[in-house]
Design a protein around this ligand. Structure first.
Ligand code: 5GP
Length: 185
């Protein structure tokens, strides 16, 4: 049984349901179909940006029916706070050789765009054939860095969310849908 309360307290703050599991499932299946169509015969390598993207990536991959590979890289920009620290720290390197490959970067959420712009620059230095960006959530009003996002699950307001892989001070990743901080706390 999935962990799906209507509301939840994480680190003493109240969060309410924002994007339901049903809505997530439907949209992720659609993105999977688009990848199947757009990457046929390209054997893409999906690169998950840890930790937040691990659940989204796992679900997305199960909708991909063309040959593909996976690897992970770990970045950190939030620490344990609800606002970005403004600097990216790399905590795990890529293992795969991506030269001449079609890379699909899989991100949980784009906020300022700092992490992704850092990642795209780093990936391009490795001479791939292409770099495509997928994010489940996009805080479009908060994005300051110039990045072209190819597939967006859901554009969202500039609010703090958690669940479905996203944490608040390392808690809440196991929630099976997306929650938002309740202003009426
Ligand atoms: P950016 O570099 O785009 O400013 O921030 C991207 C990273 O910040 C995401 O990968 C995620 O780890 C974290 N982040 C941004 N917004 C949120 C949010 O609303 N909730 C959570 N849990 N993490 C966020």
């Amino acid at each position: 049984m999935f962990y799906l309360p209507d509301e939840v307290f994480v680190n003493g703050e109240r969060f309410k349901t924002y994007i339901s599991k049903e809505t997530l499932d439907k949209r992720i299946a659609e993105i999977g179909q688009e990848i199947n169509r757009d990457f046929v015969d390209k054997r893409p390598i999906l690169i998950g940006i840890l930790n937040g993207s691990f659940i989204f990536l796992a679900d997305l991959m199960r909708h991909i029916s063309i040959p593909c590979e996976v690897d992970f890289i770990k970045l950190s920009s939030y620490g344990d706070e609800k606002v970005s620290s403004g600097k990216v720290t790399e905590r795990k390197e890529l293992d795969a050789n991506v030269e001449g490959r079609h890379i699909i970067l899989v991100e949980d959420i784009v906020d300022t765009g700092l992490s992704l712009s850092y990642m795209v620059k780093k990936m391009k230095e490795k001479h791939p054939l292409s770099v495509t960006i997928i994010t489940l959530l996009h805080k479009f009003e908060a994005t300051k860095y110039d990045i072209d996002i190819d597939y967006v699950g859901f554009p969202i307001k500039n609010e703090f969310v958690l669940g479905y892989g996203l944490d608040y001070a390392q808690e809440g990743r196991n929630l099976a849908q997306i929650y938002v901080l309740d202003p009426e706390n």
